[in-house]
Design a protein around this ligand. Structure first.
Ligand code: PEP
Length: 251
């Protein structure tokens, strides 16, 4: 991993977890306290219902929290949505945006993701902007074109002096147990890095690029060692303290 970028391991709990799940976070905090100091920033993005209580449990152990989505507007008549300032109010420092499940289930375009990212940045959150191709797109040899076009359109021009994070998550690797080859991950991360540098110069060189998609204790060490992989976005394996801790320890 690049020396100058602080690695980041972020857990995406998706639509999983109730107050009973807070015990796993307490267990994770205990594992982290008992072992070596983690060589990465640790983030958990739970459902919005758990943000405040989870932040309270996680913060003393140095674990920070994030939301899984936010609306482009700060408030208003948008039933069921959540605004960036509300996430901040509940203790979040990050927010996942443009996850493939939101792009698919809620028809989110990259332009919408960009407006959400601007709202997040404006509220003091660091957006984790997700990009990734489907299996059909990869088979058609279109993976790089799809990912770079998502990247161009989803990442805002102005970060207001704050940071952003990009997560490369091949859709076909999410929750399937499948992962790209190390060469394919290296190539896509290098392409993303080059695009960010072309567009943002030194700022682009410092953006953490996470890999996401079936990252597990068994493959974390190899994947996290790939050039331009600055950490991971972890779904299923972030729900269990032991598995998530093993991935954190692999950094
Ligand atoms: C995700 O959905 O962000 C993800 C990476 O999921 P999983 O680790 O379960 O593949």
């Amino acid at each position: 991993m690049a020396d100058e970028i602080t690695p980041l391991i972020a857990g995406n709990w998706k639509m999983n977890g109730t107050s009973a799940s807070l015990a796993e976070v307490a267990r994770l905090a205990g594992l982290l306290a008992a072992g070596e100091r983690p060589r990465c920033m640790v983030v958990i993005c739970p459902p919005a219902t758990l943000l405040a209580p989870l932040t309270a449990i996680a913060a003393p152990g140095g674990i920070v929290t994030g939301g899984q989505d936010c609306h482009p507007l700060p408030n208003g008549a948008h039933t069921g949505d959540i605004a960036a300032p509300m996430l901040v109010d509940a203790g979040a420092q990050f927010v996942i945006l443009g996850h493939s499940e939101r792009r698919a289930d809620h028809a989110e375009s990259s332009e919408l993701v960009r407006s959400k990212a601007m709202a997040a940045i404006g509220s003091g959150l660091t957006p984790i902007i997700c990009v990734g191709e489907t299996e059909a797109e990869r088979r058609a040899g279109d993976a790089e074109r799809i990912v770079t076009s998502q990247l161009e359109a989803s990442v805002p021009d102005d970060w207001g002096g704050r940071g952003i994070v990009v997560a490369y998550e091949p859709v076909w690797a999410i929750g399937t147990g499948l992962t790209p080859t190390a060469a394919d991950i290296a190539q896509m991360h290098a392409t993303i890095r080059q695009r960010l540098v072309d567009r943002f110069g030194a700022g682009g060189a410092g953006v953490p690029i996470l890999y996401g998609g079936s990252l597990k204790p068994t493959n974390a060490r190899d994947i996290l060692a790939i050039e331009n992989v600055n950490g991971g976005l972890v779904g299923g394996a972030s729900l269990l303290a032991n598995d998530f801790h093993a991935i954190i320890s692999a950094v």
